[in-house]
Design a protein around this ligand. Structure first.
Ligand SMILES: Cc1ncc(COP(=O)(O)O)c(C=O)c1O
Length: 494
């Protein structure tokens, strides 16, 4: 026997102060009642006139809500006899899952791939990425020093361009003007000769790592990863199915001998030669050559992440690994997250000639192109010389901030930690003295409002160092000094 769902429906309360139209409120409420099983298949809805009276709205409002439910197939109107909850729902109603069950889903082994289980299960989760320049946040450039008015002018000009350029899908491989600008930038500043056709624009370096993994890796292929090393790269390769081989870091960079002992058959090695993430040293020339030779022997590829070496303040920078890559085994990855700002989400892959066709296939098949206006604005910024000027200015700013940090640390923190010498970039690392315990230090600093990244966060196998990564690039000099003093108070109390 069909009965009316009147009692339930009369529990609907309309919010007369809401900006949401009343017909939409009614539609949503009835939909939720039906989907949660409050009204069963075959039950009749009260007449629209009755509902309108109970809810103190016009009949037209109720009819409009019911029409929408009919168009979505949740209820059927049967002429002469009324409106009924659709019979379809008796057979195919989605099972209700409680909030707790829903939040458990990603851990459920059957729900996600083996690669994702590794990513979410085995390694510490990455912290929320930084947005605010607090002491000693890593990963952010000096936002206040960016020439925003210049940028805004170029950006506004580009938004006023041809609508088909501005609003349509972009070039899957990246805007040619930007690919050219990058090719000439890496030639002039990083000593790499390449054609613009070797450059592929990505949504930041982190997307580049994932894409490189998808082009080159079969499930469980060995990937040498610096340990400690970059978290974003690690996750990108895991997502592509890699088996990560943690290779230790010594004072010259990645320990190639140890890599060969752990996994002589490796498919790819990930390195940060210009500024090891997070330990901050530059890879020695000898080590670069032995890495290139090991890759050559194994038929492996090397991913060189050159994320912040524009900001070199230690004299003459060492060449990139790519610039001495005679065998064409190095895939160079760059980003504008530090040299401009991270919200752009623009990075690039510089492919060796042997992989250009594979990357072209991947990008053409799967990627609809990044926003053209953003790419064009970056390209104009470079072509008009603002990029080079900005980098020169920022290099001096970062050098001064590093000096401030170093001097303050020498003065106040000498008993507790040793700041590693860095020659470039926006962050460095401090190794803790033996009496201090990393987790306790990080937690006490956090309580004092000081943000630091523990070294263990970058590691996927035990490491011998205990320390904290300290960002100085985004932090103003006064905050750097006060942060160091507050840090000294905290460490003294431990
Ligand atoms: C080692 C390393 N590489 C690259 C990047 C830049 O990543 P993205 O270009 O995706 O912002 C970061 C960001 O902090 C990083 O730490």
């Amino acid at each position: 026997m069909k009965h009316s769902g009147g009692a339930l429906l009369s529990s609907i309360i309309i919010d007369h102060t809401s900006s949401k139209p009343k017909n939409i409120q009614i539609y949503m409420e009835i939909r939720d009642i039906i989907l949660s099983g409050g009204l069963k298949a075959g039950e009749r809805l009260p007449a629209s006139r009755t509902l309108a009276e109970e809810m103190s709205v016009s009949r037209t409002t109720v009819v409009s809500a019911i029409d929408r439910l009919i168009s979505e197939g949740l209820v059927d109107a049967r002429s002469g006899s009324g409106t009924f909850v659709s019979d379809v729902l008796a057979k195919t109603r989605p099972q209700q899952v409680s909030a707790e069950e829903r939040s458990d889903k990603p851990q459920n082994e059957t729900a996600v791939s083996a690669a994702m289980m590794t990513a979410i299960g085995d390694f510490a989760a990455r912290d929320k990425l930084p947005a605010e320049p607090k002491a000693f946040i890593t990963g952010l450039p000096a936002l206040e020093a960016f020439p925003m008015s210049q940028w805004a002018r170029l950006s506004a000009k580009n938004w006023r361009g041809q609508r088909s350029d501005v609003m349509g899908y972009g070039e899957p491989l990246g805007l040619m003007q930007l690919r050219r600008a990058i090719a000439s930038h890496v030639n002039a500043s990083r000593g790499i000769k390449c054609d613009p056709e070797q450059i592929f624009i990505t949504g930041g370096a982190q997307q580049a790592f994932h894409l490189i993994g998808s082009v080159l890796l079969n499930p469980r292929d060995n990937v040498w990863i610096e340990n400690p090393g970059a978290v974003g790269a690690r996750n990108g390769f895991i997502a592509a199915g890699a088996h990560l081989v943690p290779v230790p870091i010594d004072e010259e960079g990645i320990a190639v001998d140890e890599g060969l002992r752990l996994a002589p058959e490796f498919k790819l090695a990930f390195v940060t030669p210009s500024h090891q993430q997070p330990l901050s040293m530059v890879m020695s020339l000898a080590r670069r050559f032995s890495l290139l030779e090991a890759a050559e022997q194994a038929g492996a590829w090397i991913v060189e992440d050159d994320y912040d070496s524009e900001f070199y303040f230690g004299g003459q920078p060492l060449p990139t690994l790519k610039s001495v890559d005679a065998g064409g085994r190095v895939i160079y990855v760059g980003t504008f997250s530090k040299s401009l700002f991270p919200a752009l989400r623009i990075g690039f892959i510089l492919s060796p000639p042997g992989l250009v066709t594979a990357f072209e296939k991947l990008f053409n098949s799967f990627l609809p192109g990044l926003p053209t206006v953003i790419q064009k604005t970056v390209a104009d910024f470079m072509d008009e010389g603002h990029f080079a000027t900005h980098i020169r200015r920022m290099r001096a700013i970062y050098a001064a901030k590093y000096k401030t940090l170093k001097e303050a640390a020498d003065l106040h923190l000498d008993d507790y930690l040793s700041l590693q010498q860095t020659q470039s970039g926006l962050h460095t690392v401090a190794l803790l003295s033996k009496s201090l315990e990393e987790a306790a230090v990080v937690s006490a600093l956090k309580d004092a409002g000081i943000v630091v990244n523990p070294l263990s966060r970058y590691a996927i196998a035990p490491i011998k160092q205990q320390g904290i990564a300290l960002g100085f690039g985004a932090v103003n000099p006064i905050e750097i000094q006060s942060g160091v003093r507050r840090m000294a108070d905290v460490l003294k109390a431990l």
